[in-house]
Design a protein around this ligand. Structure first.
Ligand code: UD1
Length: 423
């Protein structure tokens, strides 16, 4: 397995270009199942999760050609409706083929995604929403088996114990666009990735209103056509690079990004003492305003709140910020696997229920650490960039799921980072 080695302590300087959003690309690629015509998707990040989605689509009869960040997809003659455990087990987001399969092929058999290290990941809202549209949905022998000769509209409340669900909203939306009549999703997720999916569906001929709010209205149409679409910038990758600039006290220009998708995060950075601004072209400028940064409290919440997917990376910064910070996780209360690894590097963090109390230390020291999940891995990279000495991160296949060319992009900014293959 590959490892990443970082020699810390170099302030990062220069320009970095952000890739397309993984979490927008995955449901948008799944939405191609809704048409027989050709679709062209641009600004697709070249990531392991995207390649897994393309494999899943291939197993369902969708042919694809990848040319850099441009993917051309078209349904072949033989559509299938089953995805195997081997593919689904590596990526939970594969569940978003369920809605489009049901709407177009009238049935779906998808291996049940398991839990994962960031905590329990139930799928009840996906099943509830699709059942409300008239599908017969069962869980049998580890598979979700769903059938519906016709889907019909309904008013669906999609709230769970932790608020709206991003991928359940995407699944129900993708099923409802071909259902008969007007469907209303109440308590829908309004993340930018759901908006991007809705934009793509509109280009395919769907009728959707209210996307980007908690109430989405969909009027079903008989068929959808092919479409061309460019994926929005990855706000989580953007946040991670902003933090790379902040933690190393460097100066960065971040290109091809959308600062407006990160308001809650940037508000906290300003409180800490990191300056983030943007120009007319959308380029983001990051620099540290003060010699001594200030601790903060924040709570992860559904959009437009502070994203859970930047919680771990922000904690890496707070671990070296003077004072006591409090981080509360309200989306995935167990998402703290990075804490013990950051502590191995000299951080002083303890957990109290769904909160982490971070006492800022002066310096971190390089150590051998283990990545546990995608965003936790990014937090360890950030910690390694500022730590004294050498940090060695193993199990970095998690990083390859969600960060395109991470070592290249960081190296170009001056970081001393390299990958050691197959150790
Ligand atoms: C998506 C993102 C993930 C992000 C998460 C929350 C993708 C590919 N992944 O995951 O990176 O961390 O949103 O912003 O877009 N829940 C239920 N029942 C369900 C579904 C979810 O109770 O049927 C709960 C979850 O356990 C969690 C909360 O709802 O507590 C939000 O999860 P959800 O928005 O569904 O996450 P994903 O869509 O899987």
């Amino acid at each position: 397995m590959d490892k990443i080695i970082i020699e810390g302590g170099v302030p990062l300087h220069g320009e970095v270009e952000i890739s397309g959003a993984k979490n927008a690309a995955l449901p948008i690629l799944a939405a191609v199942l809704l048409t027989d015509e050709e679709c062209v998707i641009e600004n697709v990040p070249v990531l392991r999760d995207v390649l897994t989605m393309l494999k899943i689509l291939r197993s369902l009869g969708i042919k694809s050609q990848v040319n850099g960040s441009r993917v051309v997809l078209k349904a072949g003659k033989h559509r299938k409706f089953t995805t195997s455990y081997n593919l689904v087990s590596t990526m939970r987001a594969s569940i978003c083929v369920l809605g489009p399969l049901l709407a177009k092929v009238k049935q779906a058999k998808i291996s049940m995604p398991g839990g994962c290290v960031i905590g329990q990941r139930p799928v009840d809202l996906h099943l509830k929403g699709l059942s409300a549209l008239g599908a017969n949905v069962k869980v049998e022998h580890g598979y979700i088996v769903a059938r519906a000769e016709t889907l019909h509209s309904n008013n669906i409340f999609l709230g769970g114990a932790y608020g709206p669900s991003v991928l359940a909203t995407a699944n129900v939306l993708m099923a409802a666009v071909l259902a008969k009549g007007k469907t209303v999703i109440e308590n829908a997720a309004c993340e930018p990735e759901v908006v991007d999916l809705a934009d793509f569906l509109l280009k395919m001929g769907a009728k959707i209103k209210g996307y980007g709010t908690h109430r989405i209205e969909i009027i079903g149409v008989k068929r959808l056509s092919g479409a061309r679409h460019s994926i929005i910038a990855d706000r989580i990758e953007t946040g991670t690079y902003i933090l790379a600039g902040a933690i190393t006290k460097g100066k960065l220009i971040i290109k091809n990004a959308s600062i407006e998708h990160l308001a809650a995060f940037i508000d906290k950075l300003e409180q800490i003492g990191v300056s983030v601004s943007s120009n007319r072209n959308g380029d983001i400028y990051v620099k540290t305003k003060k010699a001594v940064l200030k601790s903060v409290e924040f709570t992860t919440l559904p959009y437009p709140g502070f994203p859970t997917d930047i919680q771990a990376q922000m904690m890496a910064l707070l671990s070296v910020v003077n004072g006591i910070s409090v981080v509360t996780e309200k989306i995935f209360p167990d998402r703290f696997m990075h804490v013990s690894e950051l502590n191995r590097m000299g951080a002083d963090i303890f957990l109290e229920g769904a909160s982490a109390i971070v006492r800022g230390v002066k310096t971190l020291s390089g150590a051998s650490v283990m990545a546990s999940d995608l965003r936790a891995s990014a937090a360890l990279v950030l910690a390694g960039l500022v730590a004294k000495g050498k940090t060695e991160i193993s199990r970095i296949y998690h990083l390859d799921r969600g960060y395109e060319n991470l070592e290249d992009k960081l190296s170009k900014l001056g970081a001393k980072i390299y990958r050691v293959k197959n150790v």
